[in-house]
Design a protein around this ligand. Structure first.
Ligand code: FAD
Length: 281
C-alpha cells in the first residue's frame, strides 16, 4: 500500500441520472446535503449506448452550477467514434475536465456493437483527441472483473488502461479489505503508480445488494450475507448492521493508506452521511 499513502485523499459521491421529476427533486436534496461534506467531486453514471446521455449531462451541469465539482461517466460500448467525440465535445464546451471512462454494460438482450471493445480504447481515444485536457478516471476490480479470463489477465488489462493515459481509478465495491490490499500490491509490482480509490457501497436493502452483487461480481462475504438474510424485512436492523460493517471497512481502508473513498450513494444521502460522521471525516 506504500504507493497509495502518498496521494492526497479524494472523497467523492456517485449518483445515477434520475428519470422522473420526483427523482430529480430528490437527487437535488441529496447532493445539497452531501455537498455540505465538501467532497472533492460528485460523479454521475452514464447508461451504456447513450440511454442517459441528456440526464448525465443535465445532472452534472446542475451540480456544477451550485459550485461543486462534478464528473460525468462515459461508456464506450455500442457507441461510434463520432458519438463519443460529440459527447466529449459537449462535456468540454461546458467546462467539464474530469470524466470516468468505462466500457459499460449493455442491458441484457441488446447485442454488442460499436467501434470500441474495451475502456482502454476509450482512454486512448480521449488522449489522442484531447491531449491532457481531461482528468481520466477508470474502473478497477479488486475481486476481478467477472468477464476476465483470469485474475492475471484482468490485472494486465487494468494496467493497459493506466498505460493508455488514465490518471486515477475507482474500484468496484467490495466488503473484503484484503482483496483491495492484495490488488494494490499487485499493481505496485506491475509499476502502476496512480491513486486507486476504493468504491464503497453502503448497505440499505439486502435484496437490492444481492442483485447488484450477482450482476457485477462483487462478493458479499458469507457471514454478512447470512446475517442480512436473517434480518428478513427488518430494515432497521439491516441498516444498523450495514452501517457497522461498512464504517469499519472504511476505517480500516483509510488507516491502511487508501487514498480516499468513493461512495455509491444510489442517490440517497442518509447512509453515506452517517458513515462519514462515524468516520469523523
Ligand atoms: P474494461 O476495462 O474494458 O474491462 C472489461 C473486461 O474486458 C474485463 O474483464 C477486462 O479484463 C477485459 N479486457 C480489457 N481489455 C482487454 C483486452 N485488450 N483483451 C481482452 N480482454 C480485455 N457502467 C455503465 O454502463 N455506466 C457507468 O456509468 C458505470 N460506472 C462505473 C463506475 C465504476 C467506478 C465502476 C467500477 C464500474 C462502472 N460501471 C458503469 C460498470 C462497468 O461499465 C462494468 O463493470 C463493465 O463490465 C466494465 O467496464 P470497464 O470500463 O471496467 O471495462
Amino acid at each position: 500500500m506504500r504507493s497509495q499513502e502518498n496521494f492526497p485523499r479524494t472523497f467523492s459521491f456517485e449518483f445515477f441520472p434520475p428519470k422522473t421529476p420526483e427523482g430529480k427533486a430528490k437527487l437535488r436534496e441529496t447532493w445539497k446535503q452531501l455537498g455540505q461534506l465538501r467532497p472533492r467531486f460528485f460523479s454521475v453514471t452514464f447508461g451504456a449506448g447513450g440511454s442517459t446521455r441528456e440526464g448525465t449531462l443535465e445532472t452534472v451541469l446542475e451540480i456544477r452550477a451550485a459550485g461543486h465539482e462534478a464528473a460525468p461517466h462515459l461508456s464506450c460500448i455500442a457507441s461510434s467514434r463520432e458519438d463519443l467525440k460529440a459527447q466529449l465535445e459537449r462535456y468540454r464546451s461546458n467546462g467539464i475536465r474530469h470524466i470516468v471512462a468505462l466500457r459499460g454494460d449493455l442491458p441484457s438482450g441488446l447485442a454488442m456493437s460499436g467501434e470500441f471493445r474495451y475502456a482502454t480504447e476509450l482512454v486512448e481515444f480521449i488522449r489522442k483527441e484531447y491531449g491532457d485536457q481531461f482528468h481520466i478516471e477508470v474502473a478497477a476490480y479488486p475481486e476481478y472483473h467477472p468477464q476476465a479470463r483470469t485474475a492475471q489477465d484482468d490485472l494486465r488489462n487494468f494496467k493497459r488502461k493506466i498505460d493508455a493515459g488514465a490518471d486515477s481509478a475507482i474500484t468496484q465495491y467490495f466488503y473484503n479489505a484484503d482483496a483491495y490490499y492484495h490488488f494494490i500490491e499487485e499493481c505496485e509490482a506491475m509499476g502502476v503508480t496512480v491513486p486507486i480509490v476504493p468504491g464503497i457501497m453502503p448497505i440499505g436493502r439486502f435484496s437490492q445488494l444481492a442483485r447488484f452483487s450477482d450482476a457485477c461480481g462483487a462478493e458479499i462475504p458469507r457471514w454478512i450475507r447470512n446475517k442480512l438474510e436473517g434480518f428478513g424485512d427488518d430494515t432497521a436492523s439491516i441498516r444498523a448492521f450495514g452501517l457497522d460493517v461498512v464504517t469499519r471497512l472504511c476505517d480500516d481502508l483509510l488507516k491502511n493508506g487508501a487514498p480516499g473513498l468513493h461512495f455509491y450513494t444510489l442517490n440517497q444521502a442518509g447512509l453515506t452521511s452517517t458513515i462519514w460522521q462515524r468516520l469523523g471525516l
